[in-house]
Design a binder for this molecule. Structure first.
Ligand code: BGC
Ligand code: CA
Length: 348
């Protein structure tokens, strides 16, 4: 064996050893040793990184109640096949509960089979499996938020802003020319948010005209590119940018900054999430508003279900919205709230 191959084999062996040590032997049900395996679709996602940081904290808090907690995290880098392998690896490493953020929310069967064969419960989060898949096993849970509500709230924010700032209708034609930046095609939050924000504007009798839309997969850099294309097509006609999340709204703002638009020539930008960067942009007045996607609430619910599922205690006290699913409410963020929220987060 060449030196290179021996070294490579050594590295793989050490990685396996590390994994085994991380959670130790598979725990019997009813244990107070919680080893959570977290698998998520892509580590470049701002919202999910912040949600997982919060999950770490909530799970760790259970140590005060006498639990031992460990968390192993895997990034699927956008591949469902990679994620399936990672789930197997996490189960082999001794994880006794899984938190899975699917890459392809319509394709969870392999993961469900693996978990069921090893009797490891799964808490899906943020990317919702379809209802039939949730029925495949009674140790499957889902934690997320009600997408419809976020679209309605984004629409209400837009209505309030348009009514209070007549200058939004820059060409004074009585209509608001808008574009939409959409998340991944097929993601429950993308389709439903877009539908509901537009319907809310219409039902409030705001005359709107759609100029264009771009799919930017939740991503700031992709949104900047899509926005640059739309600006080159429509120049200063765009009066409102509705983004399915904050990162894409920020990408749109980046595009206008790159082109040196003056403030009075800028459209209104609206996001969803209230990520740290989103809240900062609301405080600076760059982002006209956002809707809070309660990642702390979601992380707290996930930690609670994880502990109950592993320890066998307390599941009956958890309030599910429908069978084994929890949807945390959204709320609208004003500038004053954004300031308070960041201050609170920065407190040690
Ligand atoms: C969030 C997005 C995020 C996506 C990932 C959505 O609920 O609003 O920011 O990129 O989930 O699945
Ligand atoms: Ca107009």
């Amino acid at each position: 064996m060449s030196v290179k191959r021996i070294t490579a084999a050594g590295v793989v062996f050490c990685m396996c050893l590390q994994l085994l040590c991380a959670c130790g032997e598979k725990q019997a049900e009813g244990t107070d040793k919680i080893c959570a395996g977290v698998a998520y679709y892509n580590q470049s996602d701002t919202f999910l990184n912040q949600l997982i940081d919060s999950l770490k904290e909530y799970l760790h808090d259970y140590e005060k109640e006498g639990y031992e907690t460990t968390m192993l995290i895997r990034d699927a880098a956008g591949s469902q096949r990679t994620q399936n392998d990672q789930v197997k690896e996490l189960i082999d490493a001794g994880c006794n509960v899984l938190c899975v953020n699917l890459v392809d929310r319509s394709d969870p069967s392999e993961i469900i089979d693996l978990a069921r064969d090893n009797d490891v419960p799964i808490i899906f989060f943020n990317r919702e499996p379809v209802a039939e898949d949730m029925l495949q096993w009674d140790r499957l849970y889902y934690v997320g938020a009600a997408a419809e509500q976020s679209g309605i709230m984004q629409g209400e924010l837009a209505v309030e802003l348009i009514r209070s700032r007549p200058q939004t209708d820059r060409n004074r034609d009585g209509k608001i020319q808008y574009v939409v930046l959409e998340g991944e095609a097929g993601h429950q939050d993308a389709i439903i948010r877009t539908e509901n924000v537009v319907n809310t504007l219409k039902s409030n009798e705001i005359e709107i005209e759609k100029l264009s839309y771009g799919i930017a997969n939740w991503n700031r850099a992709q949104a900047e590119n899509r926005m640059l294309q739309m600006i080159s097509q429509h120049q200063s006609k765009i009066e409102l940018v509705l983004a399915n999340n904050d990162d894409m709204a920020l990408g749109a703002i980046d595009a206008y900054e790159k082109l040196n638009y003056t403030e009075s020539a800028l459209p209104l930008f609206l996001g969803i999430d209230g990520t740290r960067e989103g809240l900062e942009a609301v405080i600076e007045g760059k982002l006209a508003g956002t809707v809070y996607n309660d990642k702390e609430g979601q992380a707290e619910a996930m930690a609670k279900i994880a502990v109950a599922a592993v320890s066998g205690e307390g599941m009956e006290k958890i309030e599910f919205d429908k069978d084994r699913c929890i949807y945390l409410p959204y709320f609208k963020v004003t500038k004053e709230m954004a300031e308070d929220m960041l201050r609170e987060k920065d407190q040690p």
